[in-house]
Every structure is written in C-alpha cells, then in structure tokens.
Design a protein around this ligand. Structure first.
Ligand code: GS8
Length: 225
C-alpha cells in the first residue's frame, strides 16, 4: 500500500483492545495518527465512526472506519500484506489462531474484568477462570517462542496488552499469579514481548493502569497482594 494512505486510530491508552491495534500498526511499520478518546464523554468523531457500539478502537483508513479490534487486525494484515504476517497462510493454523484469539477475549479478558468490577463471589470466579485460562495458554505455548511458533502473530498481539493488566488483577483481586513459577512459558514469552520495539513503546506502566482503574472504580484503597 502506498504512503499516501491516511490512517487514524481512535483509542484509549490503557484499553487492551486499542493497544492491539497500535501494536499491529507498529509491527507493520504503518504511519498513523493516534487520537486519544475520553470514554466518559464520547467525541462526535467516535460516535460518527462507530455508531453501533460507540467503542474504541476505531481504525479510520482513508476516511472509512473499521471497528472491533480483531477485525481491525485482520484488516491491517490483509491491506498491508508485506512483511510480518499476523496470520499464517496455512488454513488450519489460521483457524487455530482465531480459536486462541477468541479464547483470550472470552476466557481471560472477561474474567479479568470480573476481578476488577465485581463483588466477592464473582470476583472469586473471575480469579479462578483467569488462572485456569493461563494454565491452558501455558500448555499451548510450551516449547514455542510465540503462540504461532517462531513468528510473532495475531494471538501474541491479542494477548500482549494484558501484560500491563495482570498487576491490577492481582492487587484488586488480592491474589498472586506468580508467572515465573506457575506459568514459565508465559513468563518467558512476556519477557520476549517486552523486548519488541512496538510493545516497549506502547504498553503503559502497570502502576499507571492500576491507578486509572482505582480512580475509575472509585476504590480508595486496596489490600496489598
Ligand atoms: C471491545 C472494545 C471495548 O470494549 C473490540 O474492539 O475488540 N470487542 C471490542 N472498548 C472499550 C474500551 S476498553 O475497555 C470502550 O470503548 N468502552 C466504552 C463504552 O463501553 O462505552
């Protein structure tokens, strides 16, 4: 695709969904303009570009919006097909990658939100589910550099933004995940991800995420995990 492409992203700095899109663009080396959104008071641009869900992220490519983070990542992969491919050309591998992307959305992010937002009982279930899902992801990653094998791909991009969220899960859920001991493959994968320029540049500090969540959920104090 030519340089005259105009690419804009409407996002929120801590949103794992927004971060996916930005990591994808950085990994492909695509120039883009980032427009931070105030989710408490949505801009007319956001409402115009995502009238159905009114959520970030939105990718605006030459004036036309694409929404839903995974749909955006696949769009980026198809439009800018040179260089790093987010999805393998093998149809079976593509199906498997899509399975794990969906798994991360449903079985890791949603339970993580339960830890942050819910009261005792649901919070316990959220913690149980996060640990169970990490155990499953640990098994699938074992012996590999990245989820797709040797190459950083769509499953890695989907999961990577959570690296800066686990601390918040631990503090607000009052539990410890202890990646190094319990999920060593994920622990090494995280270290490898954090060495990538895209992720180094984009992922916010975990303490900053925690402070934002505490402000947002109006918690004034938490017990130390
Ligand atoms: C989820 C986007 C989303 O929840 C995706 O892009 O993959 N399935 C979608 N975005 C949130 C910010 S991150 O928590 C959002 O925009 N929320 C605003 C709102 O719900 O009003």
């Amino acid at each position: 695709m030519a340089n005259e492409d105009e690419v804009k992203v409407l996002g929120f700095w801590a949103s794992p969904y927004s971060l996916r899109v930005l990591i994808g663009l950085e990994e492909k080396g695509i120039k883009y303009e980032y427009v931070e959104q105030n989710l408490g008071s949505k801009s007319s641009l956001l409402l115009e570009m995502n009238p159905v869900h009114k959520k970030v992220p939105v990718l605006i490519h030459n004036g036309r919006p694409v929404v839903e983070s995974i749909i955006i990542l696949e769009y980026i992969d198809e439009v800018w097909s040179n260089g790093l491919a987010f999805l393998s050309s093998d149809l079976y591998d593509r199906a498997m990658a899509r399975f794990w992307v969906d798994f991360i959305d449903k079985k890791l992010i949603i339970p993580g939100l339960c830890i942050i937002k819910s009261k005792a009982e649901e919070q316990e279930e959220g913690k149980r589910q996060v640990i169970a899902s990490l155990a499953i992801l640990e098994e699938t990653l074992k012996g590999k550099d990245y989820f797709g094998g040797n190459n950083f791909g769509i499953v890695d991009i989907t999961f990577a933004p959570l690296i800066c969220w686990f601390h918040t899960y631990e503090i607000l859920g009052d539990f410890k995940i202890t990646f190094e001991n319990n999920f060593p493959s994920i622990f090494f994968w995280m270290k490898k991800c954090m060495e990538r320029e895209s992720i180094k540049k984009l992922l916010p500090q975990q303490e900053k995420v925690l402070r934002m969540v505490m402000r947002f959920t109006k918690r004034s104090s938490v017990s130390e995990a």
